[in-house]
Design a binder for this molecule. Sequence first.
Ligand code: ASP
Ligand code: MG
Length: 235
Amino acid sequence: MKIMKFGGTSVGSPDRMKALIPLISDSERKIVVLSAMSGTTNSLVEITNLLYADKINEASLRIDELRSKYQKVVEELYSTDEFRKSGQDLIDSHFEYIRNFTLRVFTKLQEKAILAQGELISTSLFHLLLQERNIKAVLLPALCFMRIDKDGEPDAFYIKENLRRELKKYVADNIIITQGFVCRNAYGEIDNLKRGGSDFTASLIGAAIKASEIQIWTDINGFHNNDPGLWKKLR
Ligand code: ASP
Ligand code: MG
C-alpha cells in the first residue's frame, strides 16, 4: 500500500484537482493525503486573527470572500447540476460553521477548528468529484486516527492502532482519501500538525502502516531540510 500526498498547489484549482484522477487510478491500494487548496489556510489564519482582535465585521467580510471563491470552484469542478448542488451544500455547511464563530468568545479551541476547515473542504470536494466520475473511493476522516500527545508530538501508538482498525473497514477500497494537517490532541479536541503539516501526516501514516512508498507531490523543486520559503523571506 502506498501513500500519495498532494499539496496546496496540486489541489489549488478545479483543473488541478481533475488532473489528480489519472495519477491515483492505478490498481494499487493507496491512501491519498490532501492539503487545503493553496491560499486557504493563510486566509483562515487571517480570519482567526481578526476574530481574536474582535474585528467581527472585517472577519465576516473575509469569510464571505473565501466562501465565494469556493462557490466558483464548485461551479467549475463538477459537470452535472446534481453534483454542483451537493458541492454548494457542502460549502454552505462549512462556511456556516465558520460564521458561527463570529458570534461567540474566540479561543484557541475555535481557532483550531477553523484552521481545520481547509483540508476538510478539499477532501470532501475531491471525494465528491470521484463520485461524480463513478470512481470508488472512501473518505476516511483524519480526526478518527491522527493524534498528538500532551507535548504536541504525534502519538505513534494511537495512530497505528486506530488507523489499522479504520482501514480494516475498507479492505475492498483502493482509494482512501484523508486530510493532511488535521488531528486531535490529547484531550480529543481538533488540533493540527502545524503549518505545512500535511507532509508530516503522509509520513506518519506511511510509518504506521509500513507503506511500500510515500509520495509527496509538490511544486517545490528538490528536497529541503528546512522551511523552503525561507530564501524568499531572506531576499
Ligand atoms: N494547509 C496547511 C498549511 O497551509 C498544511 C499543509 O498544506 O501542509 O500549512
Ligand atoms: Mg507544503
